[in-house]
Design a protein around this ligand. Structure first.
Ligand code: HEC
Length: 471
């Protein structure tokens, strides 16, 4: 543990998949093996709330994940040049560079120094870098969690407390790592015309419908987003649809005069599976070797772009590049556990719900390999924990996003895949802060609605099972 935690993320393949979803409706017909191969498996309807907790206290953390290095001591005050700059290079500068997605640069001493106490605070609170699931070892560990070690947090704190000294002067300016390109681009898609977001009322979220023109069953194994207007595009989420979903998406597109259609959180049509989320500065997304998301002829990409209100509005035409392979990789499934039946009391610092789902996957039997977990709530979400419940009642943690951040949703990949059984149960625990609401908060796709959903990326069988064993 220690410094290795964050170091891993620099080289790890990052699969950031937003856990938004297209559909909130319960599925009545249990899908067959065949039609679950590349659509969300919606286990809605089996989620049963068994407890609710409403508290006016701050969210408790896990014992070891709580460790922000209070006990770490330094012989001398850390300096910018020797201690802090290397951390900022590793953990911050991909966003906090000139022209980066963050509103200010932390790329040299003069830029960083005025932020010293803010840096101390955001790293202590684990608000920055947006961490994804806890990676302290108390739940599972992840290839792409940006979890600072206690020593790293203590370094920022001791530097700020010690007057933020520079150390050796004239350190060269830190530069964001060059964006890595996809090693192969099979499809490049962009909206036909530029779109100028309307930022008069705040951030704008827009879905663009992009034809894939795929002639046969294929598997998407990776993608990359190239932002058009870089200061406007906060992040983007890629979904693929089945043919019915494609028709619904085209209809939504046609109903709106401008390119694309408005959408928040989810693409708002049935039959959409997310492929990934992307934040500027992150490397391209690759699914684990030998796996991907299946698509069929007629599929379209829905590209959801989040435009930030703090930027000057202007035209944007964001591009998505995809790796698509006709055969070979396993067609993975996105198992979706959505708890939809809640009504949360407003004005509370902490409202927690537990929802239980019978079976990991509604149909099929035998082993399933889990590769990673995504968590989805809206802006009142604070924590989302996903557990596997074995037949004897034993609980095993799959993911615990202790510092939920709407802007940092992704599919976080396990360091090691996990083999489970189709018949294991799942429980998800969602915690919200409802203080900004004065009405009860319900499940829904709007800005004033909330969600409580986990997405688990799985392949059928064991990791080394031959491809014929998978859909
Ligand atoms: C993935 C991109 C990303 C990374 C990595 C990142 N930041 Fe940020 N940071 C942002 C954005 C974007 C904002 C503006 C607020 C927002 O949109 O959430 C921000 C805001 C901040 C703020 C201001 C917070 C406030 O309350 O105004 C501080 C301080 C900060 N970041 C420090 C850091 C430090 C230190 C690191 C590394 C340890 C870091 N950030 C890593 C994107 C990032």
């Amino acid at each position: 543990m220690g410094a290795g935690w964050l170091g891993r993320t620099t080289f790890a393949l990052v699969v950031a998949v937003s856990a938004c979803t297209a559909s909130v409706a319960p599925t009545d017909d249990a899908p067959t093996d065949d039609d679950t191969v590349d659509t969300d498996v919606d286990t809605d309807g089996t989620g049963i709330v068994d407890t609710e907790r409403v508290e006016d206290t701050a969210l408790p953390l896990l014992a070891t994940c709580d460790d922000v290095g209070a006990g770490v001591a330094f012989d001398s005050t850390p300096t910018w040049s020797d201690d802090v700059a290397p951390l900022v290079q590793q953990a911050c500068v991909s966003c906090h560079a000139q022209d980066g997605v963050a509103p200010f640069a932390l790329d040299d001493y003069d830029h960083a120094r005025p932020w010293a106490s803010a840096i101390r605070q955001v790293t202590h609170d684990r608000a920055m870098p947006p961490p994804g699931p806890s990676d302290c070892g108390e739940c599972r560990t992840f290839r792409n969690a940006a979890w600072l070690s206690p020593e790293q947090i203590a370094t920022f704190r001791a530097w700020a407390d010690g007057g933020a000294p520079e150390g050796r002067p004239d350190l060269p300016r830190l530069v964001a790592p060059e964006p890595v390109a996809l090693d192969r681009v099979d499809l490049e898609l962009r909206p036909d015309a530029p779109f100028t977001p309307d930022l008069s009322l705040g951030d704008d979220h827009r879905c663009f419908v992009l034809d894939m023109g795929v002639a046969s069953r294929s598997v998407v194994t990776g993608f990359q987003v190239l932002a058009g207007a870089r200061d406007l595009v906060h992040h983007a989420i890629v979904f693929v649809t089945d043919p019915e979903g494609a028709a619904a998406a085209r209809e939504a597109d046609a109903a709106d005069d401008l390119p694309g259609y408005p959408c928040y959180g989810s693409p708002g049509v049935e039959g959409a599976t997310f492929v990934g989320g992307w934040v500027p500065g992150l490397p391209p997304v690759h699914y684990p070797d030998g796996t991907g998301i299946g698509i069929d002829p007629g599929a379209v990409v829905i590209l959801q772009v989040h435009y930030v209100a703090r930027a000057e509005p202007g035209p944007d035409q964001t591009t998505v590049q995809l790796q698509v392979e006709p055969r070979g990789p396993k067609r993975g499934v996105m198992l979706r556990f959505a708890y939809t039946q809640f009504e949360l009391p407003p004005g509370r610092q902490q409202v927690t719900r537990h929802a239980h789902f019978d079976r990991m996957r509604p149909n099929g039997s035998g082993p399933l390999t889990l590769w990673g977990v995504g968590s989805h709530m809206h802006e009142a979400g604070r924590r989302l924990k996903v557990e596997r419940i074995l037949p004897d009642g034993t609980r095993a943690c799959l993911s615990d996003v202790t510092h939920y951040d709407f802007d940092a949703q992704g599919l976080y990949l396990f360091d090691e895949p996990l083999v489970v059984d189709h018949e294991d149960d799942v429980e998800i625990t969602c915690t919200w802060d409802t203080r900004r609401f004065d009405q009860p908060v319900r499940y829904g796709g709007g800005l004033d609605d909330e969600m409580c959903m986990a997405i688990v990326f799985a392949t059928i069988g064991t990791p080394d099972a031959p491809e014929s064993a998978t859909p």
